[in-house]
Design a protein around this ligand. Structure first.
Ligand SMILES: Nc1ncnc2c1ncn2[C@@H]1O[C@H](COP(=O)(O)OP(=O)(O)OP(=O)(O)O)[C@@H](O)[C@H]1O
Ligand SMILES: [Mg+2]
Length: 356
């Protein structure tokens, strides 16, 4: 059995939600520039529209905004839209980049009035920086500490009003005092297939690729509710269409291309399917312990647990129970297999129920 290293999931998996190098390069071109162009997330979009419009009417700086949600759902995109809608410049940094309170003080003290400060991965900021941020968000003030030890003095520094846009994939990790200082929290949901179809049509237009309705639907269904994955699959299907077909993406072209890349009709890739197949074929659908399952697919426990399982659970194909991993009826249907307790049980209708 070959062992693939999935540790850096962005490098290996075509269905990874995290950005890889190529994504980063093309994403800028595919990013919607205003709220009107931003597909889906109706609730967040409506609420944010009100927040921004009201601030604009008052001639004030918008309230601080927290965006939470899984990778690739549009947090960075939305932060840039917020700045664009407010006609404000944007400064981009991230939690891991701010290790010392001094780093943050330097950024904050150089902000212009009304500027948007985008703080990606805000849950990964250091503690002292976080505490400085509390005061900056609430009172637009920071205390800059000068000197060391008993002689150190805090010099208060007034900041111009600014809008902090924080993004996090792990809202639960944010300390409550930080969460409470945001005037608006937008929780980004996974996208419905119809929404992803719109994303795909839009991206195809920008990439100058011809695609029909069924072709877009085929890609959307395999994109795991995530625009970044939809855009990535679109690029791979485009390659295939260009080399093997006449450049036009139809349902057939998309389906065949994604088969080549081993992304199945529900967006499962090779690893996902290996886990599911082992669970069904070797363990009769479980329950089976995580370690045993991992050994069976020749992967590390962590890979199975953190890379494959979250999507399988989300799709309702696998359940984590106290007794171990269990396949759901949908898993049997998806792999076109018949659960053992239904095999040879006399009724030939069973096969039809669970077939294909
Ligand atoms: N609502 C949307 N409409 C159209 N395209 C979108 C939408 N949301 C995201 N995208 C596309 O998906 C790509 C990824 O989005 P973005 O970088 O904003 O995700 P993110 O939530 O910041 O991800 P991460 O957590 O990895 O930072 C962007 O290039 C953008 O083109
Ligand atoms: Mg981002």
């Amino acid at each position: 059995m070959t062992t693939v290293n999935w540790d850096d999931e962005s490098d290996d998996r075509i269905v990874a939600a995290a950005a890889d190098g190529e994504d980063t390069a093309v994403e800028a071109a595919l990013r919607p520039k205003d709220l009107g162009e931003f597909v889906g997330q109706e609730k967040v979009r409506q609420q944010l529209d009100l927040v921004l419009k009201a601030a604009r009417q008052r001639g004030a700086t918008a309230d601080h905004v927290l965006l939470s949600g899984a990778p690739g759902l549009g947090k960075t995109t939305l932060s840039m839209i917020i700045a664009a809608e407010m006609g404000a410049p944007i400064r981009i940094t991230s939690g891991p980049a701010i290790q010392h309170a001094g780093d943050l003080a330097a950024i904050l003290s150089s902000l212009q009035e009304g500027e948007v400060l985008f703080l990606d991965e805000i849950h990964r900021m250091s503690r002292p920086a976080e505490e400085m941020l509390y005061m900056a968000m609430e009172d637009f003030r920071v205390d800059v500490i000068v000197g060391k030890g008993p002689g150190a003095t805090a010099i208060p520094l007034e900041l111009p009003p600014f809008t902090l846009v924080g993004a996090t994939t792990r809202a639960g990790l944010l300390p409550p005092p930080l969460r409470d200082r945001f005037g608006f929290t937008g929780h980004m949901e996974f996208y419905a297939p119809e929404e992803l179809e719109r994303v795909i049509h839009r991206s195809a237009r920008l990439l100058d690729v011809e695609i029909d309705t069924a072709g877009a639907a085929e890609i959307a269904g395999r994109s795991r509710g995530t625009p970044r994955i939809a855009n990535r699959l679109l690029r791979r299907v485009r390659d295939y269409a260009q080399v093997k077909a006449d450049g036009v993406i139809t349902r057939e072209v998309a389906g065949t291309a994604l088969q080549v890349y081993e992304v199945d009709a529900r967006g499962l890739d090779r690893l996902d399917r290996a886990v599911l197949e082992a669970l069904l074929k070797l363990f009769g659908g479980g329950p089976v312990g995580l370690s045993t399952l991992a050994v069976a697919v020749g992967e590390e426990r962590e890979t199975v647990e953190e890379v494959a399982e979250p999507f399988l659970v989300r799709e309702g194909l696998l359940a984590r129970t106290p007794r171990g991993r269990v396949a759901t009826p949908a898993a049997w249907v998806h792999l076109g297999l018949v659960p053992p307790h239904q095999q040879g049980s006399g009724s030939s209708g069973q096969q039809g129920l669970f077939g294909a």
